[in-house]
Write a protein that binds this ligand. Sequence first.
Ligand code: HEM
Length: 341
Amino acid sequence: MADFKGYLVILLLGVISTSLLTGKRCISEGEDGGVIRRMLNDITEVMGTFNLSDHIWFFKNLDVQGVKKRSKEIRARFDSLIEKIIKEHEEVRKEIKKKGEVKDLLDNLLDISENEGTEIKLAGEHIKAFFLLDIMGGATQSPSISTEWALAELINHPNIMKKAVEEIDQVVGKNRLLQEADIPNLPHLQAIVKESLRLHPPGPMIIRQSSVDCTVGGYQIPAKTTIFFNVWSLGRDPNYWESPLEFRPERFDEKQMDVRGQNFQFLPFGSGRRMCPGISLALMVLHVTLGSIIQCFEWKAGWDGNLTSVDMEEGTGITLPRANPLVCIPVARIDPVPLCM
Ligand code: HEM
């Protein structure tokens, strides 16, 4: 076994998603990766704030909590960042076109915006909006937060971690990395991902507006009412879940329950026409990332690697992040050399 030690504060998927979106890998805090991560944290925090001005008529034109001011400041930061990324992109695009290299999402959006013949006209502002909320927010924050919670749960439940690692060793072995095609053969890993999404849904609140007057559970709901569905509390409701606060992935072996919005006590990706469109990518990324990091490393909790458990305090924000980042030391458990060849 290669003896490899290092400190790692889990900031996982920012790296992967930034690469998918902009073709760029940002590893260190000093690069755009750190800037993007901080900005996304700010966005989700401000979006998760209950803004009195949105809900109480009297406060409509007052920015009592400073949410509007903060939103404008974040938007200005985002604007300058995305403009920088777009500019960098434009400089290398001609080369990419010549070589016929694989494009990233931003390249495709820029192609569409430059094409006079398209039915839908895409302007710079649309690219920014699409990039900011729909893709950067949805595609980076949720999977990275979910992976962090799942790993924290595994660190706190060594028996479940042991079973997951044994399953991966048996199905994948130690000479290659876990891949997407392995996921159907890893039922315990799948159950871990579901159980973690049940307790820590990165979309804890789903929002809808009623289109017509209706009655639900005896309550009359007028048309155009904003309705909040509390996914977090549904996942912890003792009427539907036995010992709801316990992390017990095997409950999903007993109950064959999927995550695609058909079981209303378990809606990590929402439900209906507005449910998460990134669900397939998200599930693939979650299983492959979590599976690979426990396949390749043993995780020792704390800066000195001497903690037996980690705290599970929730922070603020619309994506339900951890209050404190997960800090642990990865110790390599397989020889990385064959994997790199
Ligand atoms: C762990 C991963 C993820 C979780 C748990 C998650 C969860 C959710 C939830 C709960 C919603 C609201 C659904 C509703 O209102 O019914 C949502 C919306 C959305 N998600 Fe995800 N998501 C994840 C990953 C992704 C990824 C990877 C992408 C993009 C590639 C993505 C793109 C979106 C978009 C664009 C929306 C807005 C859809 C709309 O308003 O019509 N999500 N997601």
